[in-house]
Design a protein around this ligand. Structure first.
Ligand code: ADP
Length: 291
């Protein structure tokens, strides 16, 4: 058991007219609750950083729902603190402002988590449709075209001719593609090399394989990146992207992996098994077009 409490002390001197100090007056605030909830939040984040990479989609969603509860709890306790700092005599504006900043941060974390999860699960119940891989890739490329342009990245597309249709949830697969592409674009920030993001799709052993390669520094922690909440992007990253991508591809019966560290850049690949019963082929064919 802890044998201490977190308190904040404030002391002021009581002076005579000539400036000599007569006595010191002190006041002691109990800040135990705020400190503890912040600590609890940190611990929860650490627990998730170690969470199993094999977490299934449903386990993941339950954990995320739980995770949203943490910033909400912190938000409530910071709000209480803020109210208390404002009702002291005189009000402690500085501490109140710090509490307010914590409120804003906690709220942003909660909103961000909910947004990402909603986008993923909204369509989970819908059935898969036969789709042309080329169309889905082209759409994903269009979604990111403006961002790529702004950040000086060229996206090249190479789609093998006569690819069979693939049964998929179009929005989910697009989420995987944009996630991997965005990671590639992020990885090339500040790079001196030509910023080229290559997307390639081909038929390999009963599945369509899609490779996304960048010219960044490569993956530093390949064994950890698929774990939920693992990120090297500090406040900019959430570390859920690859964990969610893997769950989506698993649910399509495919596989997502990162290639062994090559000399330059990183290559992420995933497969989508083709339907055996349906033997339709894409009619719109093209390869090697570059934006
Ligand atoms: P986030 O992008 O929020 O960090 P992700 O799960 O998408 O979450 O990625 C986890 C981590 O994997 C990143 O923080 C980064 O360290 C690493 N990573 C992902 N893609 C690449 C890439 N193309 N090149 C280098 N590192 C990468």
């Amino acid at each position: 058991m802890d044998n201490f409490r977190w308190v904040e002390m404030r002391v002021a001197a009581m002076k005579k007219a000539d400036g000599t100090i007569v006595q010191w007056n002190g006041v002691c605030f109990d800040v135990e609750d705020q400190e503890r909830s912040q600590e609890e939040l940190r611990r929860a984040q650490e627990r998730y950083a170690r969470a199993s990479q094999a977490a299934s989609l449903s386990e993941l969603s339950a954990s995320i729902a739980h995770e949203v509860g943490q910033p909400l709890a912190a938000l409530v306790s910071s709000s209480d603190a803020c109210q208390r700092w404002l009702s002291t005599e005189p009000p402690n504006i500085e501490r109140a402002r710090a509490a307010l900043e914590r409120i804003v941060r906690s709220a942003a974390t909660a909103v961000d988590t909910v947004k990402r999860v909603r986008a993923l699960f909204k369509r989970a119940a819908e059935t898969h449709q036969s789709e042309a891989v080329k169309d889905v890739i082209t759409e994903a490329r269009e979604l990111l075209a403006e961002e790529a342009l702004k950040r000086g990245v060229t996206i090249s597309l190479e789609v093998e001719q006569h690819l069979p249709l693939v049964a998929m949830d179009r929005v989910q697969v697009q989420q995987v593609l944009t996630n991997l592409m965005r990671n590639g674009i992020d990885a090339m920030d500040g790079s001196m090399n030509e910023k080229l993001l290559k997307i390639r799709a081909r038929l390999l052993e009963g599945a369509v394989q899609i490779d996304i390669s960048d010219a960044g520094p490569g993956v530093e922690f390949p064994e950890k990146i698929f774990e939920p909440f693992f990120t090297t992007k500090g406040d900019q990253g959430m570390g859920m992207g690859l964990a969610i991508c893997r769950s989506i591809i698993d649910s399509h019966g495919g596989r997502l992996w990162v290639a062994e560290r090559a000399q330059t850049g990183a290559t992420f690949s995933f497969t989508l098994p083709i339907e055996s019963a349906i033997n339709l082929y894409e009619s719109t064919i093209g390869s090697g077009d570059v934006v």
